[in-house]
Ligand binder design. Sequence first.
Ligand code: FAD
Length: 308
Amino acid sequence: MPLLRSAFISLSRNRLLRRFCERSLAGRRLSARFVAGMEIEDALRVAEAVNGQGIAVTLDSLGESVTSEAEAHRAAEVYHQLLDAIAARELNANISVKLTQMGLELSPELAETIAENLAEHAAATGNFVRIDMEDSSLTQVTLDIVRRIHARSPLQGAIGIVIQAYLYRSQADIEQLVAKGIRVRLCKGAYKEPAEVAFPRKADVDTNFVRLSRMLLDSPVYHGVATHDDAMVAEVKSYASQHGIDASRFEFQMLYGVRRDLQRRLAREGYKVRVYVPFGREWYPYFMRRLAERPANVLFLARNLFRS
Ligand SMILES: Cc1cc2nc3c(=O)[nH]c(=O)nc-3n(C[C@H](O)[C@H](O)[C@H](O)COP(=O)(O)OP(=O)(O)OC[C@H]3O[C@@H](n4cnc5c(N)ncnc54)[C@H](O)[C@@H]3O)c2cc1C
């Protein structure tokens, strides 16, 4: 793993720096590039503007690894409010949820109950809950929870998962998920993982991403391909067109503030595009993972900070 990427991922876990950045005005200004704002209303406003460009949204209330049951329930309450607001304002948006924010590390049963309640609320409002994937110590438990919730018949179609192409296990996981009809978001993977579980070389991650994206495109289920990588996007477009897979059968997904040119171009070309819009006060770990993906962002952000 290149040194800078590794350094930013380590920094993403630094509690002192996190507390300082999240509370400082400069930190908040820096985060604005990748984070819609601090409040629900900020996220809804951004969602409406993104929808106005013909692009769908998934809303992420930032936060991970809560330390009490009450905190997990408070985090879930924000998502319940979002589901109601999305329905009331008729936004083209769903929600993305991290199970550690729903108490996974305190009690997997707690996280499962909260996720199930969210899936029920989503089903009742014609919406969908995407469970984000976190580090590899949580892959199996996350898959188990999503599979169990999906198996409860009124909730089929209301919950989906994320698979990371950097993990060796992902091909087998996709085979099982596709067989059950569970919607997958495929991404490369954003955490620091050892070579025992994940491909260390970017070229191997990319090759696996292409292989897994084809498995998803071949399945009858509606999946998401999450990447800003021109080469991955080109592979997906070409495979779909060669195999007669209509552009309405899958979506590209990208992060708020990243490759806006590519987001708009794909939407103009008639592809479905969804932007992941994070908001909230606990933006620091998310922000650091974005810098890890592209350390050149530091220069870009610094220039903007001093300019404004
Ligand atoms: C919608 C969405 C949801 C995601 N959900 C998860 C999840 O649940 N779990 C998880 O582990 N990961 C998640 N990720 C992150 C993902 O795993 C990657 O870390 C991230 O998308 C970078 O990979 P890439 O495919 O864009 O390609 P890379 O190979 O990292 O980058 C290719 C090119 O894309 C551009 N680019 C990539 N990242 C950035 C950036 N931050 N800023 C500016 N340009 C950039 C650059 O031009 C770069 O050269 C998600 C990503 C997206 C888009």
